[in-house]
Design a protein around this ligand. Structure first.
Ligand SMILES: [Zn+2]
Length: 443
């Protein structure tokens, strides 16, 4: 039954036109000869068989011979009028006798069985019957005839052989397929030391990477993509087989640097120090040095946001003791998770934590032209109350101080005004989660 857009349905299985023989008429000469011979009306007795229309059906299961493919080159080809092929039937009977017999391939058995409603291997049953057969054919074609073989130059006998080679792998499921594809990929290593999917995959590449891939190739595409991601350096953000690879497993230093807006020398240094680049490998120049991007990403993030601690007072309009207290309180984060990285970035603060602190003080407190009497800067409050800046900041960031204001037209901590009286009250009656620092001042 035609479903439109070159798709058909047979016994509940839907497939594309490529799953049929198209304008090629496929038949078993012995079957047709049996129909015809000895009949009063031989032409009326000859019957084309439905299964002969399907591309993976290449062997007659009654006579165990390869089916014959005929194309007359006439418009009537599409009608599969076997009556017009009497000569080919007779010639086929002669030539078939000289051929060794051949039983139907397991792939043909599978396709016929599936149309009968039988269950097959799970990986195959999980996709369209045409996708399943195509995957077996292409994988088997690559395995049998190598990456130099073009799909367009394959004969029907070669496809049959390809189906037989691919079958046991595909029958075993995803892991077995991945293994084969992986081995295939690693067999084609370029001069730069990286595998080349184009050289390795041959007809599989031609199929999946076709610029006009009109039909969904099914789950084999995901497996091929995974294998490539696992083994080939990619450009961050590039499209690969229908999916964007934001953070590739491997990427060249050059492409990571570009994606991260870093100089490639800076990046190389960071990655070397962090041990993400294998230093034992011969130096190949930034375009060819490859890093594990997933491992590098957090290091890059930190390095990108590293702000020298000496710049922080200006950025927050805060005194050095205040900055020191913010670091001790954990509101400002040091970049020191990695010992090697520490020596490279020195005493640096994660710029993201600076932003968070600024956001906190700028977003939370009322801005006033005139500050109520008794409110003072944090340093002054520390002086008056004899409580450490650390304790006052803990109360401030813990939101235990309710009467905090910001002086209009002032930046950062220069704007923050607190009430020493309120601080003392908090110290005398500390919040439940108060630290030892605050409890120390309770006296
Ligand atoms: Zn036959």
């Amino acid at each position: 039954m035609a479903m439109g857009e070159r798709r058909y349905s047979l016994r509940g299985c839907e497939f594309s036109a490529e799953f049929t023989t198209g304008i090629v008429t496929r038949f078993c000469p012995f079957c047709l000869a049996e129909d015809r011979d000895g009949q009063a009306w031989p032409n009326a007795a000859m019957r084309h068989r439905l299964l002969w229309r399907l591309s993976p059906v290449r062997t007659c299961r009654k006579h165990n011979i390869p089916l014959i493919n005929v194309r007359m080159g006439k418009w009537t080809d599409m009608l599969h009028e076997v009556q017009a092929m009497n000569d080919a039937v007779t010639a086929g009977c002669v030539s078939a006798q000289k051929l060794p017999s051949r039983i139907p391939s397991p792939l043909q058995e599978y396709a016929e069985g599936r149309l009968e409603g039988q269950a097959g291997p799970a990986w195959l049953d999980g996709q369209g019957i045409d996708q399943a057969c195509r995957a077996v054919h292409i994988l088997g074609g690559l395995m049998t005839y190598g990456s130099a073989q073009r799909a367009a130059e394959m004969t029907e006998d070669m496809w049959d052989e390809a189906g037989r080679t691919g079958w046991p792998v595909v029958r075993d499921g995803e892991d077995a397929i991945r293994e084969i594809i992986s081995t295939q990929l690693l067999s084609a290593i370029k001069k730069n030391g990286h595998p080349s999917p184009r050289n390795a995959f041959g007809m599989l590449y031609g199929w999946l990477f076709a610029s006009k891939l009109s039909k969904d190739p099914g789950p084999i595409r995901d497996i091929v993509r995974d294998v490539i991601v696992d083994n080939v350096p990619l450009v961050p953000g590039q499209m690969l087989l229908g999916k964007q690879i934001t953070t590739p497993r491997f990427a060249s230093i050059t492409s990571i640097a570009k994606a991260e807006h870093l100089h490639s020398k800076t990046l190389t240094k960071i990655l070397e120090l962090a041990g993400v680049i294998n230093e034992t490998e011969p130096l190949k120049g930034a375009p060819n040095v490859v890093a594990d991007y997933a491992k590098a990403k957090p290091l890059i993030e930190r390095a990108k946001h590293a702000t020298p601690v000496t710049r922080v007072p200006d950025m927050l309009s805060a005194s050095r003791p205040l900055v020191a207290a913010l670091i001790e309180l954990g509101q400002l984060r040091r970049i020191q998770d990695h010992d090697e990285l520490k020596s490279k970035v020195g005493k640096a603060i994660d710029g993201r934590s600076i932003d968070e602190v600024l956001k906190f003080i700028e977003g939370r407190f009322e801005v006033l032209d005139v500050i109520p009497v008794g409110h003072v800067h944090l340093a002054k409050a520390a002086e008056k109350t004899r409580v450490t800046l650390l304790a006052i900041l803990e109360l401030l960031f813990g939101q235990h101080l309710k009467n905090v204001y910001r002086l209009k037209d002032h930046h950062g901590f220069e704007a923050v005004m607190v009430s020493p009286t309120e601080i003392m009250k908090c110290i005398e009656d500390p919040p439940d989660n108060a630290s030892d620092e605050i409890r120390f001042w309770m006296g």
